[in-house]
Design a protein around this ligand. Structure first.
Ligand code: AHR
Length: 504
């Protein structure tokens, strides 16, 4: 029996917001083996007539990814989108200065859009505001979204795509605050450029939504001033400001590592404050929402990446192999995004295949699921509806960088249409199970139908591989409906999904 006890109250009317499904988005960059050898491997036994790996398509569908950001990332800041359209045999090979590789341009906009349709995802298209600018950006919108009768829309039609893609969400460049970025800019330089690019992109298609670049991470020296300056310029023209953040357990301190989602929470709150400050300053009516369009764990592959032969084609890069503890942090980060569903309307797990990804592939071999695949899949599949605001009381601990870290990280999603209620929970306790009692108030007739658990027998560094997936969830959790509520013991260091449905 657990000595650790936590309580949670769920009420239908304690709502944060309807969840925008785009928070379960992901990301494919022309980087490493994400595109070549990941989603696209002609000659592979599982490749379809387009060269797309069907085993990968099936896994992406399992994740129900609603939105995929493309084509970068740092790559986009040196990318000429024109290189990737038209006859494949006449496309140029280019040096990709962002990742010091060679880009063959075999895949480009139309191929990627076809793949996105096959996995039922929308695309979050990024434009190059590094080496290019307003002209290339507005031309790409015209190429993708204008029906016909103009140079670029007719060019698309001549490339075999009659109907416009109607891409709704667009990123105005990538990490323009970072000195590593091709065409790095000051906040004022970027703010002006983003404002003018946004203006004309919307003149081409007024239905699009735009994301301005925020900081590359919370510890950037320009953080906060960057957001304020960029939004000062772009407030009238954009709907979103972006956030990026990656974490790693570099000091091998699990308690501290699992608390990093508290920092993510703080980052989100800070960016909301800055966006609201600009709204107030401008006496504005609209709130700028948040696009957390790069987030994940990223550190395992840092050393290996230093050894990559420059200018190779699609080398293994950023191939983090995730372990069990990474899956727990990813679960905590997903819960954190859900807690901010009123302002975080887009989020992209970076990335999707082979590059810091939930899905890995072997060249000419099988695809397999990383540990982080599971919390991402569970929230994407069961976390649609209304994000509830639970009242939680949990015992707490202190770690190296954090105080008052709750052992219980949890939230819940109510789907009125399907009459389901899903509790997502992580027990951060290293040694003890957490006894959870949930008061479900006015969810009359709701009962536990499944308690999914991702746990591990002591080896926090356990990884999966093409040979097997020792880190995989089971449905033998002990949650049960009791006295109009729910009780469960969440095993030490575990990810839990407690699914309730209304009894007929
Ligand atoms: O996702 C990997 C890289 O991380 C992206 O290209 C860049 O935007 C970020 O620094």
């Amino acid at each position: 029996m657990a000595n650790n006890k936590a309580k949670m109250i769920l009420e239908k009317d304690f709502k944060i917001s309807e969840i925008d499904n785009r928070i379960y988005g992901s990301f494919i960059e022309h980087l490493g083996r994400a595109v070549y050898g990941g989603i696209y491997e002609p000659g592979h036994p599982q490749a379809d007539e387009n060269g797309f790996r069907q085993d990968v398509i099936e896994m992406v569908k399992e994740l129900q990814v609603p939105l995929v950001r493309y084509p970068g990332g740092n790559f986009v800041s040196g990318y000429n989108w024109e290189d990737g359209v038209g006859p494949v045999e006449s496309r140029p090979r280019r040096l990709d200065l962002a990742w010091r590789t060679t880009e063959t341009n075999e895949m480009g906009t139309n191929e990627f859009m076809k793949w996105a349709q096959l996995v039922n995802a929308d695309v979050n298209m990024a434009v190059n505001l590094g080496t290019r600018g307003i002209d290339a950006a507005r031309n790409l919108v015209e190429y993708c979204n204008h029906p016909g009768g103009s140079y670029y829309s007719d060019l698309r039609i001549s490339h075999g795509v009659k109907d416009p893609y109607k891409i709704k969400t667009w990123c105005l460049g990538n990490e323009m605050d970072g000195p590593w970025q091709i065409g790095h800019k000051t906040a004022a330089e970027y703010g002006r450029l983003a404002q003018e690019a946004a203006k004309v992109m919307k003149w081409v298609d007024p239905t699009i939504e735009l994301v301005a670049c925020g900081s590359s991470h919370r510890n950037m020296p320009t953080f906060a001033d960057w957001e304020a300056t960029v939004l000062d310029h772009t407030y009238d023209h954009v709907e979103f400001i972006s956030l990026h953040q990656y974490y790693g357990n570099r000091d091998n301190e699990i308690s501290n590592y699992l608390a990093l989602s508290l920092e993510m929470d703080d980052f989100i709150k800070s960016v909301i404050s800055i966006a609201d400050y600009i709204k107030a300053k401008k006496r504005g009516k609209k709130s700028i929402n948040l696009s957390f369009d790069e987030w994940n764990v990223w550190y395992h592959s840092n050393e290996a990446d230093k050894k990559i032969e420059p200018w190779s084609i699609a080398p293994p890069q950023l191939e983090d192999i995730y372990n069990f503890e990474d899956a727990l942090l990813v679960g905590c980060m997903l819960i954190t995004l859900l807690k901010h569903a009123d302002r975080v309307k887009i989020a992209c797990l970076a990335q999707l295949v082979n590059v810091i990804a939930p899905i890995m592939t072997e060249d000419n071999g099988p695809a397999w699921k990383q540990t982080i695949f599971y919390p991402y899949m569970h929230t994407s599949v069961y976390g649609r509806g209304v994000s509830l605001n639970p009242i939680i009381s949990s015992p707490k601990y202190d770690s190296k960088d954090f105080t008052d870290v709750p052992y219980l990280e949890s939230t819940a999603v109510y789907n009125e249409e399907h009459e389901t209620l899903t509790i997502f929970a992580v027990n951060r306790h290293l040694e003890e199970g957490l006894e959870l009692a949930v008061d479900i108030r006015n969810f009359n007739g709701y009962e536990v139908v499944e308690h999914i658990v991702l746990e591990n027998d002591g080896n926090l560094k356990q990884t999966n591989s093409a040979k097997g997936t020792p880190v995989a969830p089971h449905s033998n959790g002990n949650a049960k409906s009791e006295n109009g509520g729910v009780t469960a013991v969440l095993p030490k260091l575990s990810w839990n999904v407690i699914r309730l449905a209304k009894r007929n």
